[in-house]
Ligand binder design. Sequence first.
Ligand code: T5A
Length: 210
Amino acid sequence: MKAQLIVIEGLEGAGKSTAIECVQQLLQQVGIDQMIATREPGGTVFAEKIRDIVKATEQAEQLLPESELLLMMAARKQLVEHVIKPALAKGCWVIADRHALSTWAYQGGGRQLPDDMIQAVHHVILAEFKPDFTLYLDVDPSIGLERIGKRGQLDRIEQEDLAFFTRIRSKYLELVHTDDNIVLIDASQPLATVQQAIRAALMAYYPEFS
Ligand code: T5A
């Protein structure tokens, strides 16, 4: 079977890190041993530097939404060309913690940048490149923020108000229904139930796994 790009999306605290482990376990169980996990922004030397910039709470000046959009896209371009495409080309599966849907949700929904601006930059950077399958972990922002609040310091984006995250969730929900390759998982449920739902969604999408 051709190597696939599987993306995990969702708000902060939705449980993406845990979901990635769950996907990795299932792939191993069905005999896929060549796989890597990526995160966005990040995953290459330059993309990790961009990650530091966008997450830093100490900002010498306000990072404008348009600049944030371009930084996210620059990080993605580095990752796609230097890591994701080469991995897929040699038959290695890629499990990604966030990808382009995050930009639509955060910079589009959260920052309220117009769709045509995002589409224009997206097209320049990625053209027709897209994930094979996406799991969107849906959680009310208040639950996600409560989960991450327990780990202490919040980064620049995590410090935004509830309305910002509510707009992001609305955008995710709008987009999920426009693409058959995206499956919504109710991530407010107990961890074991979420993991069961993730496995079921993957088995349904990839009948070869059964
Ligand atoms: N961003 C990113 C953009 O604005 N635009 C873009 O284009 C891109 C790509 C990335 C930031 O950049 C933004 C989005 C982000 O703000 P990040 O640190 O990678 O920053 O942030 P997140 O991806 O949101 O990572 P988080 O760690 O915050 O969220 P996760 O990975 O979803 O959460 P996870 O798995 O670490 O879980 C958090 C806690 O909840 C518990 C876990 O055990 C953990 O303690 N938990 C549960 N508890 C109860 N029930 C469940 N079902 C649970 N699931 C998890």
